[in-house]
Design a protein around this ligand. Structure first.
Ligand code: ZN
Length: 258
């Protein structure tokens, strides 16, 4: 995969429009190419900036009425006029266009349009927000990795390998489940400096290992990587460095399992 091929691929990855194999190929390139990795980082920073800084304009409440009145007026004017066929056709086309726009955006608001699939980072961030707001709290409270593994095994179609890193400052406190990428996934919960880290774990779908990817979204810091066929994604309201410090502990725990 060359850097030239990547320009479109980065945008497709960013928009969540690539299949799993392509996603891993693109991410494998990002692991080894600083230029493309920084281009991708810029895309994400821009989106973050837009989410947090761009003004949001509310559609005026009386806009629908104004469009409807304009349409009625146009119909009235046309009724009295003797237009040649092509002019009627052109006017009808314009009206239809206005009607479609009005129908799509005003009369039937956007909730009727199918929602595009959420990017993975959006899904994980939303899940973490559900956790911190108490909507999806810890379901199994325990500091015992074996007990958590048994609970997870009963809930999931795959096995995970919880590690406790209390002596390194990352204490295992429990687990929960959530729904990411159309599947039920296990989430390990760690406590560090009075903050919670959620560590999502699910099968990566390919045998390819991927390097550590770090980024910030909606003020939350994330670190993701793939090792031993499992995708790991840690997210927290802690600073980025603290979240990153969990990574070598998990990687060592995975390596010791083999
Ligand atoms: Zn490149």
């Amino acid at each position: 995969m060359s850097c030239k091929d990547m320009t479109m691929d980065l945008h497709r990855l960013f928009d969540g429009e690539v299949n799993l194999t392509s996603e891993h190929q693109i991410q494998a390139h990002l692991c080894t190419c600083a230029s493309c990795a920084s281009q991708y980082q810029r895309l994400r920073s821009t989106r973050n900036w837009i989410h947090s800084s761009a003004p949001y304009y509310q559609v005026p409440a009386d806009l629908a009425e104004k469009v409807q009145n304009a349409l009625k007026h146009q119909e009235h004017v046309q009724a009295g006029a003797r237009l040649v066929f092509w002019r009627r056709l052109a006017a009808a086309a314009v009206l239809m266009l206005v009607a479609i726009v009005a129908w799509a955006f005003i009369l039937h608001p956007w909730q009727k349009a199918p929602n595009p699939p959420l990017a993975l980072s959006d899904q994980v961030t939303a899940s973490y927000v559900r956790f911190v707001t108490g909507i999806s709290p810890t379901q199994f409270v325990s500091t015992d990795p074996q007990a958590i593994q048994v609970w997870m095994d009963a809930q999931l179609s795959y096995s995970i390998n919880p590690g406790d890193y209390a002596s390194e400052g990352f204490a295992l406190t429990g687990a929960r489940l959530d729904f990411i990428e159309n599947q039920k996934v296990g989430v390990l919960i760690y406590r560090h400096a009075n903050h919670d880290i959620n560590l999502f774990v699910w099968p990566s779908g390919t045998g390819m290992d991927l390097c550590v990817d770090t980024f910030t979204q909606r003020g939350y810091n994330s670190v993701s990587f793939v090792t031993s066929g499992m995708k790991y994604w840690a997210i927290s309201d802690l600073d980025a460095k603290s979240v990153e410090n969990l990574v070598p502990l998990v990687q060592t725990n995975e390596a010791n399992k083999k």
